[in-house]
Design a protein around this ligand. Structure first.
Ligand code: ARG
Length: 453
């Protein structure tokens, strides 16, 4: 019997059907059905013979799905209905008992929580892997100088190791955010029924234990309405991809002829279909270009959740596509960043040359005066005048004679020449977290500890 006197419009069926998206949840759906049937029998809600028939059918369904020979049907609206339908085909009337004390509302929330937990943990490991690679690349280039930029103008020289470690710390924070998302997904929604709880004395704690959840969602209404854990995962993914996009952007710049400080391995570069000389950093560009898509998924799910009355609404079916695509995108881009960074080479001479632009020692000269009692605001102006004179005359600062230097300020003595020696501008940055080598080594040790290296 059906509540309806008319068949569904095929157009509506097509809109409503989510199987193509949610079929990848099958391992979680099988696992929760197993735990659910086991609990139902333990509580005497279904017989042990029913449970055995269900578990046998689930084993067959699992094999069929794993081997890609599960007989999907046109009228399977989603993975939950498809699996239940097949279990019933195999197990007969016992199969019809699998959905006792369960609704697709708590079922889908449970599948997604399991998915989010697994993938958040996996992505945290992947992020950690990339961070380790960058620590290793930093170590190999511990004292390679390059200009640091603000506004993409040469600002102050830094070591490449220091620059790469900046990304390591971003990734360490990403790992935290992903682990947080995993913890948010670590409570069991199942047992909430449609929204109000179920008419049976179930044991949700047993199901939680079986599925490896840390606890049970305390409120049945919240259990079926909540997608915060998906937002948390998307948020973490959005930040990861934003970080990768910045790395990608720098790789594109660094490997351009204008910068010329980095060369990607052939394995991570593309040619041009027209210009034979080209070696393009497409991978860096894709790291950059994929980020907005992930951020878009986060925004879209916020849109779905916004203003949504409790409890389940079909809008929630839209959650999965955003989560899956974000996870897929972050998975492939993290791997790509890892492959590209571990095989790239840097051009020491070229970087050193760019970092030896004396104008980027201007802050050091200003501080030279500060250490001799000149207020920083004044010394800033004095050195600006010096730099301007050099630029106008097309001369480097170290080519200024002692008299010329003194004409800008009487305290600009010959000691200034020592300040203009390249390594001194780096080694002068002695503050905690600064670019002086001892500080970078300290930071490396800290990063290694955080990453268990
Ligand atoms: N395919 C549905 C989803 O992804 C499953 C839950 C359906 N529940 C319902 N009350 N129609 O959200």
């Amino acid at each position: 019997m059906s509540r309806f006197s008319q068949p569904q419009d095929p157009l509506f069926q097509a809109l409503d059907r989510s199987l193509e998206i949610d079929r990848r949840l099958w391992p979680y759906d099988v696992a929760q059905s197993r735990a659910h049937a086991t609990m139902l029998a333990a509580r005497g809600i279904i017989g042990e013979d029913d449970r055995d028939a269900i578990l046998t059918a689930l084993a067959q369904v699992e094999t069929e799905l794993a081997e890609g020979r599960f007989p999907f049907r046109e009228d399977d609206v989603d993975i939950h209905m498809a699996i239940e339908r097949r279990v019933t085909e195999i197990a007969g009337p016992s199969g019809g008992k699998i959905h006792t004390a369960r609704s697709r509302n708590d079922q889908v929330a449970t599948d997604l929580a399991l998915y989010v937990r697994d993938h958040a943990i996996r992505l945290a490991d992947q992020v950690e892997e990339l961070a380790r690679t960058l620590v290793e690349v930093a170590e190999r280039h511990i004292d390679w100088a390059l200009p640091g930029y603000t506004h993409l103008q040469r600002a102050q020289p830094v070591y490449l190791s220091h620059h790469l470690l900046a990304y390591v710390w971003m990734l360490v924070r990403d790992r935290e955010r992903l682990r947080f998302a995993a913890r948010q997904a670590d409570v069991l929604p199942l047992g909430a029924g449609a929204l109000a709880g179920v008419n049976f004395d179930t044991d949700r704690t047993q199901v939680a234990r079986d599925l490896g959840f840390a606890g049970v969602v305390p409120n049945s209404i919240d259990a079926v309405s909540n997608r915060d854990f998906a937002l948390d995962l998307l948020q973490a993914c959005a930040v990861v991809s934003t970080h990768l996009s910045r790395l990608g952007a720098e790789i594109v710049q660094w490997s351009s002829q204008e910068f010329g400080v980095m060369e990607l391995s052939d394995a991570w570069s593309s040619g041009s279909s027209l210009m034979p000389q080209k070696k393009n950093p497409d991978c860096g560009e894709l790291l950059r270009g994929k980020a907005p898509r992930v951020v878009g998924h986060l925004t879209a799910l916020h849109g779905v959740m916004h203003g949504l009355p409790l409890t389940y609404n079909k809008d929630l079916q839209e959650d999965k596509e955003h989560v899956f695509d974000a996870v897929d995108t972050v998975t492939v881009t993290l791997d790509a960043a890892n492959g590209m960074m571990s095989t790239a080479s840097f051009k020491r001479e070229r970087m050193a040359e760019a970092a030896s632009d004396e104008n980027i020692a201007a802050t050091d000269i200003a501080d030279f005066l500060v250490k001799r009692g000149v207020p920083f605001r004044d010394s800033h102006g004095i050195v600006a005048g010096l730099v301007r004179a050099g630029v106008e005359q097309g001369r480097t600062l170290s080519s200024f004679t002692p008299e010329e230097l003194r004409s800008h300020h009487e305290l600009l003595t010959e000691d200034v020449y020592a300040v203009l020696e390249q390594s001194s501008w780096l080694e002068s940055k002695i503050s905690l977290g600064g670019t002086a080598l001892p500080r970078v080594r300290e930071q490396l040790a800290q990063a290694r500890a955080v990453l268990d290296l």
